[in-house]
Design a protein around this ligand. Structure first.
Ligand code: NAD
Ligand code: TYD
Length: 352
C-alpha cells in the first residue's frame, strides 16, 4: 500500500469522524490529518478511540483562514483532500445564512485555491474530493428520484450554500484541470450524530421526557443511510471515482417523518422497558420549518454500477445500533447538550 498524506476537513463532526476512523484504521500507510475549527458541531470525543494512532494528526483551524491553509499544505504536502467541513443544519441556516455562505462557499473556495496553488498544477495522483448533499437538488416530486443529471435547485440557505460550493468545485475542474470528485448523499444517522438533527434529538428528548417536535404534519420524506455506509462510499469514491464526476449516495430507504418517529418511539419503549405507546405520547406537532422540502430521494445506481458499493446496514439494524449507542453513551449526549466540551476547548486552545 502506498504512502499518502490525506487532509480530511471537518473530521471532528458527525460524518467526518466516521471517515477519519475508517481511513486511519484501514490505511496504516496513509497519514490522516484532521483539520477542524471545532465549532459547536465538532467534538474530539468522537475520535478518542483512534487519536493515539501513529497515522492520525489533528490541526485546529478555520477553512476561512487562507494563510493557515497554505501553511498546513506546505507542512504536510497533501496528496488528497476530503472536504467535509461545513455548517450543516438547515434550521440554523434559516437564522444565519451569512455564516453558511462564509463557511460553505468561501471556505470551499479557499481550499480549492490553496490545493490548486500548492500542487502547482502537478496533479498526478492528486484528488480534491468534495462532500455534498442531496439537498442541492431541491425537493423531489413523488415517484421522482434524483440522478447526477437532475438540475440543481436548492431551496434553503444551507442547500444554496452547498450548491454554490459544488459549482466552484466543478469550475476548478473545468477551468484549471484540478482533479475533483463530488458526492451527494442522503440523510445520515448513527453514533455521534449531533442532537439538533431529527433522530438523535428524538432519542435525547425521550431520555429527558421532553416533547418530540414534529414539523408541520410530519409528512416530509427523507431517505436515511447508516453513517458507516456513507463512510464506506466515501472510501470507494476516493479510490475508484472518476475525476470530474459526481456520484449520488443513498440507501433506497424512504421514510415519512411521522412513520419514522412512531417506529423510533416503539423501539425506545422496548429498550427502556416502558409500556407500548409511552414514548409516542411525547409527540407534539409544531410550526413547520420555513420552505420545508417535502421529499428527498436518491438514485444511487451510478455509484453501484461503477464501483460495486452498496449499503450493508438495513434501517432496522442501523436504527437499533444507533439507539443502543446513544443509550450506552449518555455522558457524550449530556456533554454535547450542556456545552461543557466547548468550554474545555476554549480553555485548551485559548480562544484560537
Ligand atoms: P457536522 O455539522 O456534524 O460537522 C461539521 C464539522 O465541520 C464540525 O466538526 C465543525 O467543527 C467543522 N467546521 C465547521 N466550520 C468549519 C470551519 N470554518 N473550518 C474548519 N472546520 C469547520 O456535519 P456532518 O453532518 O458531519 O456533515 C459533514 C458534511 O457532509 C457536510 O459537508 C454536509 O454538508 C455533508 N452531508 C451531511 C449529511 C447529513 O445527513 N448529516 C448528508 C449529506 C451530506
Ligand atoms: P434534519 O435531521 O434537520 O435533516 P434535514 O432537514 O437536513 O433533512 O430533519 C429531518 C426531517 O425531520 C426534516 O423533514 C425536518 C424534520 N424535523 C422535525 O420534524 N422535527 C425536528 O425537531 C427536527 C430537527 C427535524
Amino acid at each position: 500500500m502506498s504512502k499518502r498524506n490525506i487532509l480530511i476537513t471537518g473530521g471532528a463532526g458527525f460524518i467526518g469522524s466516521h471517515v477519519v476512523r475508517l481511513f486511519v484504521n484501514k490505511y496504516p500507510t496513509y497519514t490522516i490529518v484532521n483539520l477542524d475549527k471545532l465549532t459547536y458541531a465538532g467534538n474530539l470525543e468522537n475520535l478518542r478511540d483512534i487519536e493515539k494512532k501513529p497515522n492520525y494528526l489533528f490541526e485546529k483551524g478555520d477553512i476561512l483562514d487562507v494563510e493557515f491553509l497554505f501553511d498546513t499544505f506546505k507542512k504536510y504536502e497533501f496528496d488528497g483532500v476530503i472536504h467535509l467541513a461545513a455548517e450543516s443544519h438547515v434550521d440554523r441556516s434559516l437564522h444565519n445564512p451569512n455564516e453558511f455562505a462564509a463557511t460553505n462557499i468561501i471556505g470551499t473556495l479557499n481550499l480549492l485555491r490553496v490545493a490548486q496553488t500548492s500542487w502547482h498544477e502537478n496533479y498526478q495522483d492528486k484528488l480534491f474530493y468534495h462532500i455534498s448533499t442531496d439537498e442541492v437538488y431541491g425537493s423531489a416530486e413523488h415517484g421522482e428520484f434524483f440522478t447526477e443529471t437532475t438540475p440543481i435547485d436548492p431551496k434553503s440557505p444551507y442547500s444554496a450554500s452547498k450548491a454554490s460550493s459544488d459549482h466552484f468545485v466543478s469550475a476548478f475542474n473545468n477551468s484549471y484541470g484540478l482533479p475533483t470528485v463530488i458526492s451527494r448523499c442522503s440523510n445520515n444517522y448513527g453514533p455521534y450524530h449531533f442532537p439538533e438533527k431529527l433522530i438523535p434529538l428524538l432519542i435525547n428528548n425521550i431520555l429527558n421526557n421532553k416533547p418530540l417536535p414534529v414539523y408541520g404534519k410530519g409528512e416530509n420524506i427523507r431517505d436515511w443511510l447508516y453513517v458507516e455506509d456513507h463512510a464506506r462510499a466515501i472510501d470507494t469514491i476516493f479510490h475508484k471515482g472518476k475525476r470530474g464526476e459526481v456520484y449520488n449516495i443513498g440507501g433506497n430507504n424512504e421514510w415519512k417523518n411521522i412513520d419514522l418517529i412512531h417506529f423510533l418511539c416503539h423501539l425506545m419503549d422496548k429498550k427502556l422497558g416502558k409500556d407500548e405507546g409511552t414514548c409516542a405520547k411525547l409527540i407534539t406537532y409544531v410550526k413547520d420549518r420555513a420552505g420545508h422540502d417535502l421529499r428527498y430521494a436518491i438514485d444511487p445506481s451510478k455509484l453501484i454500477g461503477e464501483t460495486g458499493w452498496r449499503p450493508e446496514v438495513t434501517f432496522e439494524v442501523g436504527i437499533e445500533k444507533t439507539i443502543d449507542w446513544f443509550l450506552a453513551n449518555q455522558e457524550w449526549l449530556r456533554n454535547v447538550t450542556s456545552g461543557a466540551y466547548l468550554q474545555y476547548y476554549s480553555a485548551m486552545y485559548q480562544g484560537r
